[in-house]
Design a protein around this ligand. Structure first.
Ligand SMILES: C=C(O[C@@H]1C=C(C(=O)O)C=C[C@H]1O)C(=O)O
Length: 379
C-alpha cells in the first residue's frame, strides 16, 4: 500500500474513532437518562417495558434516518440493542413494592438459577426473601413462619412429592406458587397440600435473561386469585407479559414447545456425535443458518442433563408427540429414498399452505437473527 493511501486511511480512521468516542459519550448520557426514567417508574410502579413508547420512538427515528439517507433498519437495530441495555439499567434501579405487608417470601430451591433470578427480582422490589434448599429442612417450620409467599422451584422430578410431603402445613393466608415447566400435576399437588391461595407459574425463559422485559410468564390459576393479583402485577412491572392458560392446555403445548424441541436438539447432537462429525470443520463451512443450528444444539449440551431429562420425561404424552415426529420423519425419508421428488414438492407445498402468513413472517424474523449471527463472527 503506498504512503498516500496509508496516510489517507489513518486520517479517516482517526476521524471515525472520534465519532465513535462521541457515540460513547452519547451512550453514557442516554443510560443516565434511562436510569432516571427507571427511578420515576420505580416510584410510580410502572413497567420497565413500554411498547407504545418504543414503537413511536422507532417510527420517528426511522423517518429521520430516511431523510438523512441513513438506513432506517440500522437505527432500529441500534436502538433495539440500546433498549435491551435500558431494561438492565432500569432493573438495577429497583421496582415499586406492590404488596407492602406481605411478610417473608420463601423460595424453595432458591439456590437454583431460576430461583435465584426470582429472588433477585423480589429483593429489587423490596421483599424480604429467604431461600430453603435440600439441607435446610430441619429449620423449615421456622422459615415458613410469617411467610406470605412460598415459591417452589426445584427439579420437576421431585416437585410434586416435595409439595405433598413438605408444604402441607403452611400458614393458611400464605400464597403457594411454583415455577415448574409443567403445570397440571404441580398445581393439583399444591391445591391438595395447601388450603390457601395457589397459583402455578411457568417463566418461558431461561435464568440467564438479564431482565424480564418482553419475556412471557404463563399463569395457571389455582385458588383465591384475588389474593395473589399483586404478585401478577409485580411480575408485569418487571416487564414480563402474562399469558393465562388452563394447566392441561399449557402442558399439551409444552409437549411441542419444550419436550419435542429439546429432544430433537438432543438427537441432532447425538447424531453428530455418532457420525464423529468435525465441528470445527463444519463451522468453517457453515452458513449463518447452520451456525445458528449448531449453536442451538450445542447450547443444550452446555447445560444440565438432568434438567433436560426432567423436561423431556415430565409428560408421558410427550412420547406420543415425539413418536408422531418420528413417523413423519420416516414418511419424509421414504419419499427421499424413493426419489419421489414430485411427492416431496407436493408435501412441501401442502405444509407451506398450512403455515400461511407465518412462513414469510418467520423468514423476515430469521433474516434479522441470521444477520446477528454473522455480525458476531470475529474470524
Ligand atoms: C426508557 C424507557 O424505558 C424503556 C426503554 C426505552 C429506551 O431505551 O428508549 C424506551 C421504552 C421503554 O421500553 C421509557 O419508558 O422511556
Amino acid at each position: 500500500m503506498n504512503e498516500k493511501t496509508t496516510s489517507d486511511l489513518e486520517n479517516l480512521r482517526g476521524l471515525i474513532d472520534g465519532v465513535d468516542q462521541q457515540l460513547l459519550l452519547l451512550l453514557r448520557k442516554r443510560l443516565d437518562l434511562v436510569a432516571q426514567v427507571g427511578a420515576v417508574k420505580h416510584g410510580a410502579g410502572l413497567p420497565i417495558y413500554a411498547p407504545q413508547r418504543e414503537a413511536a420512538m422507532l417510527a420517528k427515528r426511522r423517518d429521520e434516518a430516511k431523510k438523512m439517507d441513513v438506513s432506517p433498519q440500522l437505527i432500529e437495530d441500534i436502538l433495539r440493542r440500546l433498549m435491551r441495555e435500558s431494561y438492565l439499567n432500569e432493573k438495577d434501579v429497583g421496582f415499586k413494592q406492590i404488596k407492602q405487608d406481605l411478610g417473608n417470601v420463601v423460595i424453595v430451591g432458591g439456590e437454583g438459577k431460576l430461583g435465584g433470578l426470582f429472588s433477585q427480582m423480589l429483593v429489587l422490589s423490596g421483599y424480604q426473601v429467604k431461600t430453603l434448599d435440600k439441607n435446610d429442612w430441619a429449620s423449615a417450620a421456622q422459615t415458613f413462619e410469617g411467610a406470605g409467599l412460598v415459591i417452589v422451584t426445584v427439579p420437576i422430578s421431585i416437585t410434586c412429592e416435595l409439595i405433598r410431603d413438605k408444604l402441607s402445613s403452611l400458614p393458611s393466608h400464605c400464597i403457594l406458587a411454583d415455577l415448574t415447566s409443567v403445570k397440571t400435576e404441580p398445581v393439583k399437588a399444591m391445591l391438595e397440600a395447601h388450603s390457601g391461595p395457589v397459583v402455578g407459574l411457568h417463566p418461558m425463559f431461561g435464568p440467564d435473561v438479564g431482565s424480564l422485559a418482553k419475556q412471557v410468564v404463563v399463569v395457571c390459576h389455582g385458588r383465591d386469585s384475588d389474593k395473589y393479583q399483586w404478585l401478577l402485577e409485580q411480575i408485569k412491572i418487571w416487564g414480563a407479559r402474562l399469558v393465562e392458560a388452563e394447566p392441561e392446555k399449557h402442558d399439551k403445548a409444552m409437549q411441542l414447545v419444550q419436550a419435542m424441541r429439546h429432544f430433537s436438539s438432543f438427537v441432532y447432537g447425538l447424531n453428530l456425535y455418532k457420525e464423529e462429525a468435525d465441528i470445527g470443520s463444519l463451522l468453517q463451512f457453515s452458513s449463518p443458518i447452520y451456525r445458528l443450528e449448531l449453536a442451538m444444539v450445542g447450547r443444550l449440551f452446555a447445560q444440565s442433563p438432568e434438567l433436560y431429562a426432567d423436561i423431556i420425561f415430565a409428560q408421558k404424552e410427550s412420547m406420543d408427540a415425539i413418536g408422531d415426529y418420528l413417523d413423519n420423519y420416516s414418511h419424509a425419508l421414504s419419499l427421499l429414498q424413493a426419489g419421489d421428488r414430485d411427492a416431496f414438492v407436493a408435501q412441501f407445498k401442502e405444509v407451506a399452505q398450512w403455515f400461511g402468513d407465518f412462513a414469510p413472517q418467520f423468514q423476515r424474523e430469521s433474516r434479522a437473527m441470521l444477520q446477528s449471527v454473522n455480525d458476531m463472527k470475529t474470524d
